[in-house]
Design a protein around this ligand. Structure first.
Ligand SMILES: Cc1cc2nc3c(=O)[nH]c(=O)nc-3n(C[C@H](O)[C@H](O)[C@H](O)COP(=O)(O)O)c2cc1C
Length: 307
């Protein structure tokens, strides 16, 4: 007798996903770049590259350095800007059935609101993911994600401007991640996603120079998974809104770890750069895990860590 297909659907409250696997912003372009490699309609959701209002060239090269089990990037949020996205990319993305989530950036709180206001007119977007780790030019480059008051103020403004659910994406570069998550929740965020990259430095011993032109970059990939899991667990226990977990997910079993610690969905980042059809494989591996462990619905295992 064949084993029944497990139910992989997951509910974020404001959005029901066909499976919990989304792609992480910045590692999947604007979605279309990956269409030759995978069927975009199989994904739980697509989170596009972060968008500022205007186009940005990003940081000078070199902008990528590999480290053991990790990648350090200082792309500097290069992007085409919100208008070009809506004119050139969105009409093509609209053909997919998969929910589209736009990662929203800003050099000031007002710019985040401007981006959201512009995108509000476009029907096909399911939600915004607020990248609160962007340096604020009016505050000496200080990121809203580093402080509860700044997080609260930005999320509240985004919520007041938005016609859609807002997912606040947290930075792991803080001492108390739970305090930041609670500030976002109190300001009305509909969900939390975490983690963004860890601030890092790579050194070339021949030249004694940093490997990245920007000196610092953000570390992602398997090296950060245990740190990310700890933070997702802490945040999922503290907030009532849904949590989307990410950080170093390369396999279905990695994804399952995040679900067990309380994430209702996950995002796959660096794995896409190593293996363009990683998400397709990960969805299959989650289903295999469910079959092997007689789990009928993945929602059954969310937040079931036995401590
Ligand atoms: C090359 C690169 C570009 C990224 N760009 C963005 C971005 O535009 N917005 C954002 O919120 N996160 C960005 N991130 C962070 C990822 O979305 C993700 O939070 C992080 O890489 C951790 O997941 P991973 O270990 O699976 O890659 C970027 C990461 C990488 C590696």
């Amino acid at each position: 007798m064949s084993v029944p297909k497990p139910d992989l659907t997951t509910d974020l409250g404001f959005l029901r996903l066909r499976n919990p696997v989304l792609v992480a912003s910045g590692t999947f372009g604007y979605g279309l770049e990956f269409a030759p490699f995978i069927n975009l309609n199989k994904l739980g959701g697509i989170v596009v590259k972060g968008l500022y209002f205007h186009p940005r060239p990003g940081n000078p090269p070199p902008r990528l350095a590999e480290s053991p089990s990790g990648l350090i990037n200082s792309i500097g949020l290069q992007g085409i800007g919100v208008k070009a996205f809506c004119e050139k990319i969105l009409p093509q993305l609209e053909k997919t059935k998969t929910p589209l989530i736009v990662n929203v950036c800003g050099e000031t709180d007002e710019e985040y609101a401007q981006v959201i206001d512009f995108l509000n007119a476009h029907e096909r977007i399911a939600a915004y993911e607020l990248n609160i780790s962007c340096p604020n030019v009016k505050k000496n480059g200080f990121c809203p994600a580093l402080n509860t008051e700044a997080t609260f103020a930005l999320v509240r403004l985004a919520k007041r401007t938005s016609r859609r659910p807002v997912i606040t994406k947290l930075s792991p570069n803080v001492t108390d991640i739970v305090a930041i998550a609670l500030a976002a929740e109190e300001a009305g965020s509909d969900a939390i996603s975490l983690v963004n990259t860890f601030l890092a430095l790579a050194v070339d011993v021949e030249t004694r120079q940093p490997k990245l032109a920007n000196v610092f970059g953000g570390l992602s990939g398997p090296a950060i998974k245990p740190l990310a899991l700890r933070m997702v667990y802490q945040v999922a226990k503290a907030v009532k809104i849904p949590v989307i977990g990410m950080g170093g997910i390369m396999t279905g079993r990695d994804a399952v770890e995040f679900l067990i610690v309380g994430a209702r969905a996950i995002e796959v980042g660096t794995a896409n750069l190593v293996d363009p059809d990683a998400t397709d494989r990960i969805i299959g591996e989650i289903a295999d895990y469910c079959r092997a462990n007689k789990i009928k619905k993945i929602e059954e295992m969310i937040g079931t860590l036995r401590t």
